[in-house]
Design a protein around this ligand. Structure first.
Ligand code: 5AD
Length: 392
């Protein structure tokens, strides 16, 4: 099972390689792996993440060739003749980003959280959920399974803001993953200090998922007590400066959010140089102060996706689990047809996944991971999308 096809390095300079895929050339940084011209490699998010033995690479490329061009053709057909704003956004996605669709795995390794965000079910004041922490070994064995058995090339390691995982534990974890299960690692661990993030970058993490949640300062300070808007935005900017690929975004439908503020949220996401936009509907959790808030409409979400695409033609835009939860039947498909081009698959063991209840009834909570992978691939193929990430 493959989410990315190997490419051949056809040119090397000091920091990056030109990689060819069926005649198409992409660039990727080479700081994580020692490579030479002629090597076959996997690249993710603009980084070479591992080498692939030539024979294995040629076999995969042979198997993929027909499907690769078929999918492109299907996508082209489905994206022409745009009329509505969704169709226009989809056509822009097709023109600037082609048919590739990121399919990252996400491992939720702890639901302990020192923060007390009003919108979130795992806030520290919620005494009604059981808390769990996966040990470093448990995390590693889940990563091994995801990379070696399921074929994931990019993983998000997510937790509440849980300082039990200190710099030491996180460093060991990332090093071990880089050495044994090569993949592109995104951290989603909240507001750690910059020094920790720097260290984790040095040992091989390359992505950081950290939402600013809302560009409305007043709502921010009301719903995120004890956290400073300016500090969070500064941290995101500084992580980008360190070299992290940034996944960031916001919540749609927080009480008091005006609909025109969604545009400001989109602008801020773009301005933070997000590699991937990640925004979703706010889904109230019964054990939080915001439990009475009405859900946003599916159309509001699709509109936000389409506007993000029109504003940032080359962005990766995620169909979030929250969007899939808002409309379990149509959310993912319609998101992908309104300009989105990324998905995540939850690889957390089901017994823990149930407890990572940031909001109730999360889509996919009870699905076996392989079943979910099959469903995602069926959806992507039906839309002419290739579950690949071909580099920068
Ligand atoms: N509904 C939707 N998204 C939520 N998050 C937290 N609580 C909720 C909720 N009730 C999102 C936040 C956070 C991410 C991990 O989950 O945006 O950054």
């Amino acid at each position: 099972m493959c989410y990315a096809i190997p490419g051949k390095i056809v040119e090397l300079d000091t920091r990056s390689a030109t990689i060819e895929y069926y005649g198409e050339k992409k660039k990727a940084y080479t700081d994580l792996v020692d490579v030479k011209e002629g090597d076959y490699v996997y690249a993710q998010g603009g980084f070479v993440i591992s080498k692939v033995p030539e024979e294995e690479a040629l076999n995969i490329l042979k198997d993929w060739q027909e499907l690769f061009f078929q999918l492109q053709e299907t996508d082209r057909k489905l994206s022409n003749n745009p009329k509505t704003i969704y169709q226009r956004a989809n056509a822009v996605r097709q023109k600037y980003q082609g048919n590739s669709c990121c399919v990252h795995g996400i491992l939720e390794f702890s639901n302990h959280c020192s923060q007390n965000c009003f919108y979130c079910g795992i806030r520290s004041d919620n005494r009604n959920i059981s808390r769990y922490r996966m040990s470093v070994d448990e995390i590693l064995s889940n990563v091994e399974y995801a990379v070696n058995k399921l074929g994931f090339k990019a993983l998000v390691l997510q937790s509440g803001e849980d300082y039990w995982y200190d710099e030491e534990k996180l460093t060991t974890m990332i090093k071990q993953i880089r050495d044994n299960f090569p993949s592109l690692i995104f951290l989603s661990i909240g507001e750690r200090d910059e020094k920790t993030y720097k260290r984790l970058f040095e040992v091989g993490a390359r992505g950081a998922l950290i939402r600013f949640e809302t560009s409305n300062r007043e709502l921010y300070s009301r719903f995120k007590p004890g956290s400073s808007y300016d500090k969070r935005i500064d941290l995101i900017r500084n992580l980008r400066k360190i070299g992290y690929l940034i996944i960031t975004g916001f919540l749609v439908g927080l009480p008091g959010q005006k609909s025109k503020e969604i545009l400001t949220d989109i602008q801020l996401t773009a301005e933070l140089d997000a590699e991937m936009f990640s925004f979703g509907p706010f889904i109230p959790h019964p054990q939080t102060p915001l439990h009475n808030t009405p859900l946003p409409e599916l159309d509001t979400m699709l509109n936000a996706i389409a506007k993000s695409r029109l504003m940032s033609p080359s962005a990766k835009i995620l169909v979030t689990t929250a969007l899939e939860t808002l409309d379990k039947e149509k959310g993912a498909r319609e998101g992908l047809m309104a300009g989105a081009n990324s998905l995540m698959i939850n690889i957390t063991p089901i017994k823990y996944r149930r407890l990572y209840e940031i909001y109730p009834n999360r889509a996919g909570t009870e699905d076996d991971t392989q079943t979910r992978i099959d469903a995602v691939l069926t959806l992507l193929y039906s839309l002419g999308r290739a579950p690949t990430d071909l580099g920068i």
